[in-house]
Design a binder for this molecule. Structure first.
Ligand code: HAX
Length: 421
């Protein structure tokens, strides 16, 4: 077991004490009303979950363990994993320990390559990715521990073991899916001298000593977590709460990420930007773009990459990608269209009057940057999102196990009962 285990073992007794104290002393405090409108609108705004890894405010967006995401753009995904789990950015020695721990766990069971090789050639990369995660379920140490009747207080140990085992393997699995699905040639082995993101870039077949690696480190850090109530985290936490192991729970959550209103929006967003380029044979004028947006809205379609269920401001993760693009990308018509959309879409959505949030979300800019560096197969983009989001989802699972959080089971009512209120 690595040092991360020891760090958590020291912190968890205090967290458990605080959890119990909160429940004992403030268990009856009312957090808000549940109206029929809320029950009929996807439980929007109902405060019914606890999550310490991250917090999203409507006017500033994502905070990881209290730090605003724009103050974390310099850290590695491995560092954000440490932060999510423990509340602290690791020092150099801790980071090196975590990185070498992940390296020691990164060998993918050979049967996974066989399973992927035998899937239909036109399978969606997300289906392949989630199938690979679920197929490794037989490796679960948590499953074996529960089956053996281990004490509940120890559940978090094997949840962490499973989580680290999964996280360590995701880059190799995703990279192979990329190469297999898009005819890029043979599987490339991991390079033990590279960090988690650089090794991923290397295994995909890109030069790991390039700006693509810088972008990938940022990408895999920025998408790591977004509270517990979004579709993927909530689905994963619900499955996790049934004492299903991390393989079951993570793949359940990532199936939700594959929805076009959630993680799949990043592939749709780039497709949308490319359709603008193709329609206008280049980057259009703002006036033409404005008309294009209105035509799309009037035909009843959403503008991908804009709007959000919780945010009411430009997503800071979008801002981080735009800052990266401004620093590194010049003369790129796709990035230019993304820039113009940012100027044109919010006022149009405001005038249109439906979307509660007219601002860009995380998916509005990332695809243009990946495309710029040659990762043009946009059906693969949600897999990238999934690798990163696995950091947050698994961290939440470990913490929920550490606190002994109970089964998630909200109450539903039939429509005639709702009508009788
Ligand atoms: N374009 C056009 N209409 C939009 C819109 C957009 N970008 N965003 C919201 N609306 C519409 C909704 O469709 C809804 O219309 P109806 O009343 O006719 O159903 C109305 O505005 C109110 O919706 P809302 O309350 O503002 O938004 P929701 O919380 O229901 O949904 C979504 C949030 C992100 C799903 C929504 O804004 C959307 O569909 N955006 C485009 C797809 C997208 O970018 N998704 C990625 C979100 C980020 C993410 O989770 N990534 O993983």
């Amino acid at each position: 077991m690595g040092k991360l285990h020891n760090i958590l073992a020291k912190k968890i007794p205090d967290w458990r004490y605080n959890y119990k104290k909160l429940l004992d002393q403030k268990g009856n405090v009312v957090l808000g009303d549940v109206t029929i409108e809320k029950a009929l609108s996807g439980m929007r705004g109902i405060k019914g979950l606890a999550c310490d890894t991250s917090y999203v405010t409507a006017d500033e967006g994502l905070h990881i363990r209290g730090s605003h995401i724009l103050d974390l753009v310099h850290i590695l995904p491995e560092e954000v994993l440490h932060l999510l789990l423990t509340g602290d950015i690791p020092n150099k020695a801790m980071l090196a320990d975590l990185q070498s721990d992940l390296k020691s766990r990164n060998k993918v069971p050979p049967y996974i390559w066989d399973i992927l090789d035998n899937m239909p050639k036109d399978s969606h990369p997300m289906t392949m990715f989630n199938t690979a995660i679920l197929s490794m379920q037989k490796e679960s140490q948590f499953y074996k521990a529960v089956d053996a009747g281990l004490s509940k207080t120890k559940y978090w140990h094997t949840t962490l073991e499973d989580s680290l085992n999964i996280i360590a393997k995701l880059p190799a699995i995703a990279a192979y899916i990329y190469r297999l699905r898009f005819n890029k040639g043979k599987r490339i082995n991991s390079n033990k001298d590279l960090d988690w993101s650089a090794d991923f870039v290397h295994m995909m077949g890109f030069d790991s000593d390039s700006e693509m690696t810088k972008l990938m480190r940022l990408y895999l850090m920025l998408h790591c977590d977004h509270e517990a109530g979004n579709v993927s985290a909530f689905s994963a936490m619900t499955v996790n709460s049934a004492l299903s192991d991390p393989y079951y729970a993570l793949s359940a959550g990532l199936n939700g990420l594959a929805g076009p209103l959630h993680g799949l929006a990043n592939q749709n967003c780039l497709r949308f930007v490319l359709s603008i380029r193709d329609h206008f044979k280049g980057s259009p004028s703002k006036a033409d773009l404005k008309q294009f947006i209105w035509d799309r809205l009037n035909s009843g379609r959403v503008i991908p990459g804009y709007g959000h269920a919780v945010l009411r401001c430009p997503d800071p993760r979008f801002t981080a990608f735009m800052n990266f693009g401004k620093e590194h990308v010049t003369d790129d018509e796709i990035f230019d269209i993304v820039n113009k959309l940012f100027k044109v879409v919010p006022p149009v959505l405001k005038e249109h009057g439906k979307a509660k949030n007219p601002w860009p979300n995380v998916d509005a800019a990332s695809g243009a940057l990946l495309y710029h560096y040659g990762l043009k197969e946009f059906e693969f983009y949600t897999v990238l999102f999934s690798i990163s989001r696995s950091l947050g989802i698994t961290s939440q699972m470990v913490l929920n196990r550490a606190l002994g959080m109970p089964l998630i089971r909200p109450k539903s009512l039939p429509f005639d009962v709702l009508n009788s209120y």
